[in-house]
Design a binder for this molecule. Structure first.
Ligand code: G4P
Length: 530
């Protein structure tokens, strides 16, 4: 096997998704700990310090008023080379969060056992489902009072329309939490107070008919329901099927507690066994094999202002095939030009290091003199690759924006255009209107503040911003429909994006339903592929 093939085969690239506070940061830190990527003296330093380490870079960006971005973390574990893509949450939630999922081969969904599915999990799940990538569920915080595991699984199945397969099953919860039972290995991973913060917990082999042993481990009161539950799951639950997992139709579910580092290592081990190396990607009619010798990649994110003085940008690309070499000349398909990728680097929180080579599955950041756009393909000269673009996802917050100083038209337009090109905002206008006032749409509300700040500091333009009451936008997919002829609620607004696509802005979900009900055959899309 060639060295390149070996390298690609050991790559695993995934995103961690969750609603804020479910435990994404905590789980990520524990995973990094296994890979030795961050050094912590046990849990002595505490989580605050650990979190500080991985999010320093983001804090820096925040101070600069720039959007908080997804960072990439790479670490080695038992021969695997793992790339974790962090998806920002809270108010820094932005379209970048969605786009990051386009670069991942699978997703880990962290759910708070007391809360179940929450709004942000729902949104992110939709994108994963659209791509049919495998989704692994980690149900967290079992050391606290939790909802019934059956309830949680049913919620996942009915809301998301996927099957679930509990890989392990919780034994009690909260102060009564005794551990989890590993169904395949038939062993108990026991949780006791003394395990808090420990890295490795030795599982105890114990089949369900070893009643005495079970009683001594978890007590009779919890032993009985455990036996019943597992019998029920074995009889009535979904069958385990690796193909369904890999197609994103069946989600393996793990119960644990990230904060106590409980159940994290078995999760990581199973996850690595079930996931695949980088998968083929589509380029027009063709499929690009990741093991192909030729390098190819696509840009999924552009980060402006890594150094404000130079107005520089970094383009993040996901390598889809072959091996990247630092000094080789590559081809930028959309620009139609050959180029060397300057300062290729891998990021680990605030630590950036220049790299000489990278492989399919890896994410690299390269210096962008302003030539790349989201979705662009980079490949070897003479190789006909053009990856499917990254969809534009529906923004959820809208504002009308105009410049205060009417003289500054050029700067205003340039600033808005560049920021839109980076994918931080989307811009729309009312058909027939000149570009005096534009409608800006963003996925996360913080982006509007970032826009205001950046226009002022980088382009010297002050703006007036009027927040608009819309929270839904849909692309009109039926090209034969003239928006003027549609029967719509009076508060629905027709706009166009700058590619001339027609869209509708709605103030509520029921207005969307009205549009669909009253206009037979009308097709509305939540994202645009053009
Ligand atoms: P996020 O990235 O998904 O937003 O969540 P994060 O990891 O920051 O965790 C949110 C809160 O939940 C944190 O508490 C964290 O300590 C806690 N947490 C995470 N995993 C577990 C778990 O398994 N059990 C319990 N009981 N708590 C957990 P915090 O009070 O907000 O932060 P901190 O004061 O601990 O730093």
């Amino acid at each position: 096997m060639s060295d390149t093939r070996k390298e690609i085969e050991r790559r695993r690239t995934f995103a961690i998704i969750s609603h804020p506070d479910a435990g994404k940061t905590t789980l990520t830190e524990k995973l990094l700990l296994y890979g030795g990527a961050i050094q912590l003296a046990g849990s002595v330093k505490g989580k605050a310090t650990a979190r500080h380490a991985v999010s320093d870079w983001m804090e820096l960006e925040k101070q600069r008023g720039i959007s908080i971005t997804s960072s990439v973390m790479q670490f080695e574990y038992e021969g695997f080379c793992i790339n974790i893509l962090d998806t920002p949450g809270h108010q820094d939630f932005s379209e970048d969060t969605y786009r990051t999922l386009m670069a991942a081969d699978s997703a880990v969904m962290v759910i708070d056992a007391a809360k179940g599915i929450e709004p942000q999990t729902r949104k992110l799940f939709k994108i994963c489902a659209m791509r049919h990538i495998p989704i692994f569920t980690f149900i967290n915080k079992l050391d606290r009072e939790a909802r019934s595991p059956y309830d949680l699984m049913e919620e996942l199945e009915t809301e998301f329309g996927i099957g679930t397969y509990p890989m392990n099953w919780p034994i009690g919860c909260g102060i009564d939490f005794k551990g989890v039972y590993d169904r395949e290995k038939q062993q108990i991973l026991a949780f006791t107070e003394s395990h808090r913060g420990q890295n490795r917990i030795e599982p105890i082999a114990c089949t369900l008919d070893e009643t005495e042993k079970l009683d001594s481990l978890i007590g009779e009161r919890l032993r009985r329901p455990l036996q019943d539950d597992i019998e029920l799951l074995d009889g009535a639950g979904y069958e385990f099927d690796l193909d369904s997992v890999r197609n994103g139709q069946l989600s393996p579910v793990f119960f644990g507690s990230a904060l106590n580092n409980f159940g994290v290592e078995p999760f990581l081990e199973s996850f690595l066994q079930m996931t695949m190396p980088p998968m083929p990607r589509i380029s027009g009619e063709d499929i690009v094999d990741p093991f192909d010798d030729h390098f190819s990649a696509f840009v999924f994110k552009i980060q402006a202002n890594m150094n404000k003085a130079h107005r520089d940008r970094i383009a993040f690309m996901r390598i889809c095939s072959g091996k990247f070499l630092r000094d080789k000349e590559y081809f930028h398909v959309q620009g139609g030009k050959g180029l060397r990728l300057a300062q290729p680097q891998q990021l680990m929180a605030d630590d950036r290091s220049i790299i000489d080579e990278a492989y399919a599955g890896d994410i690299i950041g390269v210096f962008d003199p302003g030539i790349f756009s989201i979705g662009d393909t980079i490949c070897e000269k003479g190789q006909e690759v053009r990856f499917e673009g990254i969809p534009t996802f529906a923004p959820e917050h809208f504002a009308a924006v105009e410049r205060v100083d009417t003289m500054k038209r050029k700067q205003f337009e340039k600033g808005i255009e560049q920021i839109a090109q980076e994918g931080a905002i989307q811009i729309f206008h009312e058909p027939g209107m000149v570009m005096e006032e534009i409608v800006v749409g963003v996925v996360g509300v913080l982006q509007l503040e970032v826009l205001e700040y950046r226009l002022k500091t980088e382009y010297g333009v002050d703006i007036r911003r009027r927040d608009l009451p819309y929270d839904q936008i849909r692309w009109i997919a039926s090209s034969d429909r003239d928006p003027r002829d549609l029967n719509l609620t009076s508060d629905t607004k027709w706009v166009q994006d700058f590619k001339g696509n027609n869209l509708l802005l709605f103030t509520a979900e029921w207005c969307v339903r009205w549009a669909l009900d009253k206009n037979e055959g009308l097709q509305l899309e939540e994202f645009s592929r053009n």
